[in-house]
Design a protein. Structure first.
Length: 210
């Protein structure tokens, strides 16, 4: 029996995942959390094989929670779930220690397949992500500028490009406005951009925002 932990800040999503896994003979849900901190504590207190971890959490990013969980529990397979397209966060998730990355719009059968695969110690890599990984290896010297950003800088880029103000971005990231301003300044410098308009243009051109 594959023991699964679920972390998502939306109760309806957790309920849907529990229903899917409850109808799967070889899986059982042994715990659930709605924040990154609770996910970290849950991993400490409940023995499991796989954690389903949402990238967008209210208190910290799923990537941050993932790094801490993998540091403390390297054998726990973590399958990242997200509404974001794979070209936004999948590479970062895999590099941070995730065993796989799945879009929330994926079919139920794909979720079950992915859980079984990561539970067996393997990586779940979709065809789209496999192509992205291959391109990243082959063209490492030509990687897009946004790949040079830290996770927080990248999140700041995506939020500002989506039309969020610094105050709103700070609320989304549970950080101070001053800290987000620092991340914005750093990413503009790294990417040789002058202002939010150029930042937004870059994000749209590289399909980082819809």
């Amino acid at each position: 029996m594959i023991k699964v932990l679920i972390t998502d800040d939306h109760a309806i999503v957790r309920q849907g995942l529990k229903q899917i896994l409850g109808e799967t003979a070889d899986m059982t849900v042994v715990g659930e959390a709605d924040t990154g901190l609770k996910a970290i504590r849950m991993a400490d207190s409940i023995a499991a094989d796989v954690m389903l971890l949402d990238i967008g959490l209210p208190d910290r990013s799923g990537i941050e929670a993932l790094k801490q969980i993998k540091k403390d529990h390297p054998k726990l397979a973590v399958l990242m779930l997200s509404m974001h397209a794979e070209d936004q966060y999948a590479l970062r998730a895999i590099k941070a220690g995730a065993s796989g990355y799945l879009n929330k719009n994926s079919a139920t059968e794909l979720l079950v397949t992915a859980i079984r695969k990561v539970a067996s110690g393997k990586k779940y890599i979709s065809p789209a992500l496999a192509e992205e990984l291959a391109n990243n290896i082959l063209h490492n010297d030509e990687q897009p500028l946004h790949q040079t950003l830290s996770d927080r800088e990248f999140q700041t880029l995506c939020l500002i490009a989506s039309g969020r103000s610094l105050t709103q971005a700070a609320e989304d990231l549970s950080l101070s406005v001053k800290t987000v301003s620092v991340y914005r300044a750093r990413l503009l410098e790294k990417m040789n951009l002058k202002n939010n308009a150029e930042l937004t243009h870059y994000a749209i051109k590289n399909q980082l925002v819809e």
